[in-house]
Design a protein around this ligand. Structure first.
Ligand SMILES: Cc1ncc(COP(=O)(O)O)c(C=O)c1O
Length: 467
């Protein structure tokens, strides 16, 4: 008998693909082809379907070289830089981790004065540390206790910049994360105006906008985005702005597609090009390159249609929750600062029933509806309505929440007991069929927790009258 070959990664991914109806996390390209009501020009869809086959071993002069582009890669980065209005756009095919690495290595030296929002990605912390840079990290502020959502402390950053200018010891570089995964975005039109006016000697502003590649194409968010404001302010204030985008997180590209958009002096562009050369892999992925180009051109042409669709789907979900669910509610985030806005594509849903927590809801939705959610906490979970979220995915989610609501109702009725009550019945969890409570037993917290935590996991609770 031939042994079955074990391919654990392949098998796990293939079986997940079969079970998954979609993701409220990232990677819209998983759902390319399933999006209705966005009218695509002929050719886009077939191009999306073909790019994964472009893993070729070919370089200049037949194709081109990423490290010294002179033909099609050069032409494509010029097209992209025209779309973003940048002075330079650099492809990165090894994620925004490396993009951040490239940017910081290019611009920050060990004796530079750097101010950085503390809530930035680990790649920024690691690169600053390994470059031995003495950084003033400004702690984020909690803006929602229940869901542990933080935002940058814009007010403190502005104070620090002002003081350092007044003390004649100005900062050279500012680093921020402009759009958090949790759904809080800097309003960069307000914040950067203030930064530029206050910090006249600040030279570089690095904006990690990894989650916000979509916002440059969104009619509502565009004017708050890194792209729009870097273009608007760079020449006016003679500063270098760098915006890092993870393309795959919000547009239709393969994972690890990242772009560095630079607005600044020729000297800054040269430093960025040489750091890109030093830090990028020498084997760039061609499917990722092709998918970046396609995703950006596609977003430029269809961004506004996706915005309308997203707002429609969010409205549909919100109406469903309000009309049909008593134990779930859409949470409204308070950012409490003129420098921040809520991300209109991110929705937090909170569950008020003690029978459920974020982790159980997540498990239930994946196992029963093929709906993937990444971020959750004790009472709530986050939905990221990226452009790959389909009508059907919202329906699967709604159905899953409705089923959970029914389970809560059924079990709350059964669970008409409190800590300290004397049970008049057997409470038996099946499987395994062992009573948690017997008649005459005083109910303690341990019993209640045990019953609560089992109820939702498809374990039935049998309540048998005792005598
Ligand atoms: C703000 C931010 N920057 C950078 C990154 C790194 O991106 P990648 O995982 O593509 O390397 C992430 C990843 O989640 C991120 O959230």
């Amino acid at each position: 008998m031939v042994d079955k070959i074990r391919l654990p990664i392949y098998e796990s991914l293939a079986s997940s693909k079969k079970r998954m109806n979609g993701s409220f996390h990232a990677l819209p390209i998983q759902n390319v082809g399933n999006i209705k009501n966005v009218i695509l020009e002929e050719g886009f869809l077939s191009a999306f379907e073909k790019i994964k086959h472009l893993e070729l071993s070919i370089t200049g002069p037949f194709f081109d070289s990423l490290s010294d582009p002179s033909r099609v890669i050069d032409e494509s980065s010029n097209i992209i830089s025209d779309i973003y209005g940048s002075d330079l756009s650099l492809f990165v095919t090894c994620g925004s981790t490396i993009a951040n690495n490239i940017v910081i290595e290019a611009l920050c030296k060990s004796d530079d004065k750097v101010i950085c929002q503390k809530g930035v990605h680990q790649s920024i912390h690691f690169t600053l540390k390994s470059s031995n840079i003495d950084v003033n990290f400004v702690e984020d502020i909690l803006c929602n206790n229940e869901s542990s959502i933080y935002r940058g402390n814009a007010e403190k950053i502005l104070d620090e910049l002002k003081n350092s200018e007044e003390l004649n010891n100005p900062y050279k570089t500012l680093i921020i994360n402009s759009q958090s995964y949790d759904g809080v975005c800097f309003d960069l039109s307000r914040f950067l105006d203030q930064v530029c006016q206050i910090a006249t000697r600040l030279e570089n502003i690095i904006i990690d906008e990894a989650w916000g590649a979509w916002s440059a194409f969104d009619p509502y968010m565009k004017e708050k985005s890194g792209i729009y404001n870097s273009k608007r302010l760079s020449q006016k204030y003679d500063k270098n702005f760098i915006v890092v985008h993870s393309i795959h997180k919000s547009l239709f590209s393969f994972r690890q597609a990242s772009l560095i958009n630079v607005y600044g002096s020729d000297h800054c562009l040269d430093k960025m090009i040489s750091s890109h050369y030093r830090n990028h892999t020498t084997s760039p992925s061609y499917p990722i390159l092709a998918s970046t180009e396609l995703a950006v051109v596609h977003a430029k042409n269809y961004g506004h249609q996706y915005t309308e669709r997203t707002l429609f789907l969010i409205d549909k979900l919100k109406n469903f929750v309000v009309k049909n669910l008593n134990h779930f509610k859409v949470e409204e985030l308070e950012v409490n600062s003129e420098f921040f806005v809520n991300d209109p594509t991110k929705i937090w849903i909170t569950c008020s029933s003690p029978l459920l927590n974020g982790e159980k809801i997540r498990e239930y939705l994946f196992n029963n509806q093929g709906v993937y959610i990444s971020r959750y906490n004790e009472k709530s979970f986050l939905l990221n309505f990226h452009c790959g979220v389909t009508d059907e995915l919202v329906d699967y989610l709604s159905l899953g929440l409705e089923c959970l609501e029914k389970k809560i109702k059924a079990n709350t009725n059964k669970m008409n007991i409190r800590e300290g009550d004397v049970s008049s019945s057997f409470f038996i969890l099946y499987p395994p069929g062992t009573p948690v409570l017997t008649p005459g037993q005083t109910v303690c917290k341990f019993d209640l927790d045990k019953i609560n935590s089992s109820l939702i996991n498809n374990i039935s609770l049998l309540v048998v009258e005792g005598n």
